[in-house]
Design a protein around this ligand. Structure first.
Ligand code: TV7
Ligand code: CA
Ligand code: ZN
Length: 376
């Protein structure tokens, strides 16, 4: 499938960015695994590869509050021993705690992660690329004033703000199994940024927001679209939701630029997920979005079986490049992590899809009104 026909594809390739992303505890070393798999498949020779540099404090401040930034810097410069705040107290202090521990060199991590998606944004605003990829980005939960859900900095919001200098209307589509709450909140009042998230929504599932009635605020009303689904979502239902709800709203909105968060935790059998999507399902979803033919940024996000996230993002990159890959994973430094199959595919499991046709029909009809409202 030739997703990105005739497009210049660029990939943000920076060792220091990967080293920073590798330090996020729940996805330790994942960034390196992704990169090494792309490399051993020969994909790096087929794209423009572009380095990134850490973002400045002023850049991070475009979205995050000074208080939060000062706290991150203070945590960074404090030894664990002198950190006078206890873990539990940290929880209420700018969101640091269990999900977002106060890591060593946290401020540097934040600047590198923000810098990666900033580099991707520049590739698009300068016209040097029509598809820009940063698999180390996609940290959609971070809020202006706090860390949340493994996300310390909202590289997505910052990148969209950069894109807005050149592109009047930006559409954001979030395929991660979790609700993209940080990005939605940042642009809830804006008509210039359409945010769309598909996510698992059931009791106790993080972060708990993103019902279909959550449509944006004030001037930005109807410029947020939420597509909550039940556990076990299949490829066909996932693609159908994108076709019938997302595609139409995005087409009516007519964006000048598109950002897709390709979080891999909706894959079958993800440790934190609960959906049942295969790599083929993601590929179909992305091909639908690339058909809009506008400059596009691809970001990572969740994906808690690191080998599967690497399989997914390598496969999506190959699709965008219009090249196909041998299913046998080639020998390389992380080879043993791909056992026992040593196969590139991630296929659906046989779990039941709890999204009944009645549920999906009701969801579609309640969201349909969106397209009409955006048109006005
Ligand atoms: C974008 N689920 C991020 C998704 C963020 C999910 C959560 C964990 C988790 C944290 C760990 C860990 C974990 C196996 C799973 C409500 C709580 C429950 C703590 C007692 N293993 C993304 C965030 C989610 C941390 N958080 O969208 C360290 O799972 O459910 C919660 C929050 C409150 C705090 N308590 C947990 O994919 C990148 N966390 C192992 C070690
Ligand atoms: Ca999502
Ligand atoms: Zn997620």
């Amino acid at each position: 499938m030739l997703l990105g026909a005739g497009r210049i594809v660029a990939y943000v390739d920076d060792i220091n960015l990967r080293r920073a992303a590798d330090r996020i505890p729940v996805v330790r070393n994942r960034a390196s695994m992704v990169h090494e798999l792309m490399k051993v498949y020969g994909l790096l020779e087929l794209m423009k590869t572009v380095p990134s540099s850490p973002a400045s404090e002023d850049y991070v401040k475009l979205f995050h509050s000074s208080d939060y930034i000062n706290f991150l810097k203070a945590v960074t410069h404090t030894n664990d021993d002198d950190l006078s705040i206890e873990e539990e107290e940290l929880e209420d202090t700018f969101g640091l705690g269990f999900d977002c521990p106060a890591l060593p060199m946290l401020w540097s991590l934040v600047c590198h992660v923000a810098g990666g998606s900033m580099a991707a944004a520049r590739l698009l605003t300068s016209g040097q690329a029509s598809v820009a990829i940063n698999w180390c980005g996609g940290w959609h939960h971070a809020q202006r004033d706090s860390a949340s859900g493994f996300c310390y900095v909202n590289d997505v919001v910052l990148a969209i703000m950069q894109l807005r200098h050149k592109f009047a209307k930006v559409a954001y589509v979030d395929l991660d199994v979790h609700h993209g709450d940080g990005v939605e909140n940042a642009f809830a009042f804006s008509r210039s940024v359409l945010t769309v998230s598909l996510h698992l929504k059931e009791d106790g599932f993080f972060p708990g927001t993103g019902t279909q009635d959550d449509v944006g605020e004030g001037e930005g009303r109807y410029f947020c679209l939420n597509v909550p689904y039940k556990a076990g979502l299949s490829d066909d239902n996932f693609v159908e939701l994108l076709k019938s709800v997302v595609e139409e709203a995005v087409q009516v909105f007519a964006p000048d630029c598109l950002v897709v968060q390709c979080g891999g935790d909706a894959l079958a059998l993800d440790r934190l997920g609960g959906a049942n999507i295969s790599i083929d399902g993601y590929t179909r979803a992305l091909s639908l979005l690339l058909r809009l033919q506008c400059p596009t940024m691809l970001l990572g996000g969740g994906g808690y079986e690191p080998a599967n996230a690497a399989r997914l993002w390598t496969s999506l990159t190959a699709s965008v490049l219009g090249t196909s890959l041998d299913l046998e994973i080639p020998e390389h430094c992380f080879f043993e992590r791909y056992g026992p199959s040593f196969d590139l595919a991630v296929t659906p499991s046989n779990r039941r899809d709890q999204n009944s046709s009645e549920y999906l029909a009701a969801l579609k009809s309640s969201i349909k009104a969106h397209g009409e409202e955006i048109q006005k």
